[in-house]
Design a binder for this molecule. Sequence first.
Ligand code: GRF
Length: 186
Amino acid sequence: TKIAIFASGSGSNFQAIVEAMRTGDARISVEMLICDQPGAYCVTRAEELGVPVLTFKPKDYPSKKAYEEKVLAVLREKEVEWIILAGFMRLIGPSLLEAYPNRILNIHPSLLPSFPGKDAVGQAMAAGVKVSGVTIHYVDAGMDTGPIIAQEAITIEAGDDSAKVHQKIQQVEHRLYPAIIEKVCN
Ligand code: GRF
């Protein structure tokens, strides 16, 4: 099964997925990284891992439809079957949603439906919750909505700062996302 990963930032999930799919018998290949931030660290990781990268700047296109169609052409050329969002900071529009119905996954650093959108860890800290976690879900037109596939909790202890909470969440993400991708995409 051929997948493409979309990221905007550090790309630690991207790397965890690539490495997991290269070991074991996953039968899934990461065909490319799609990145909307040409300077982002995920691009460096992709180069080091030897994964082809398509970077684009949405500003260079007249509309969302226009850049999504450019992305779609590249995905189709490589016969990509699934889109995996891993820290991609943009809503997916109708062109991609219609081309990949129920074939787009996202990971979010909270137990949805709590704390959707940006800075989920900061939101959880501000709310003072003692349990947060990770959600993997199908993507629909909303922000961090769409049917939930898997969740795993972490505890927030007294004295944990947001860096610590983020670290706990990422540890879960790097294990859970590859496992769910293997299950769902195969
Ligand atoms: C992750 O915490 C993910 O849940 C969220 O964005 C973050 C991406 O981190 N959607 P990274 O770029 O994979 O390190």
